[in-house]
Design a protein around this ligand. Sequence first.
Ligand code: SAH
Length: 231
Amino acid sequence: MAGPGASILARATEAERAAMLRDIVEEVGYTRTEIGKDAFDARIMAAMAGVPRESFVPESHRLLAFANGPVPIGHGQTISQPYIVALMTDLLEPRPGHVVLEIGTGSGYQAAVLAGLVHRVYSVEIIAALASAAAGRLAGLGCDNVIVRHGDGYQGWPEHAPFDGIIVTAAAPHVPPPLVQQLKPGGRLVIPVGLPGCIQQLSVIEKNEEGRTSQRDVLMVAFVPLTGELR
Ligand code: SAH
């Protein structure tokens, strides 16, 4: 669309994005006791503001793009709700020099948010069609520091390990040992742990400088399951 129609649409999208950010702030308020903070890092909120979420949802669900809920992306999968994307990104504590691994590329939205915060994002997706669509979408948006691979993320991505941070965006019945192995000392893994069809615990596993790990549970969440043979 060109002309005045395009600018009205752009302004409407901007208003929706601003409402999404307000919803995130509001939900941080509701969950402050569980998550132990009153606000997410300003860099994370800026990254959320900078990614065009509408480009990551199917055209048929455009009206839900900025709603604070998950949105179907086909193949029985969903793009997580904005608050959860922001929370997981905040828990990962990304820094500009970091190299991070994501398991569960899905639409590529979480990877795009991370792309603006770290040096490089490696992302693994088990459904080939989603992996190639996400790679194309990310390239089209200029996220050239995201590398997507089709495969089973249970094994991580050993060729590019170790990682400063690992984020798993599907629920695992247990923490996959290869992912813990592929964390750098000082690194952290953010992962929903629990059985499919149940509510899971969003957990953070930290590896200290001596290589010892500790785990803390942050919030009850509901994710699509981690699939593949290795669960
Ligand atoms: N992060 C995504 C949403 C993820 S939904 C986004 O921002 O859009 C969870 C995704 O994990 C789905 O696309 C699903 O296919 C993928 N998945 C499930 N099991 C997997 C596995 N073992 N390895 C890699 N990806 C997996």
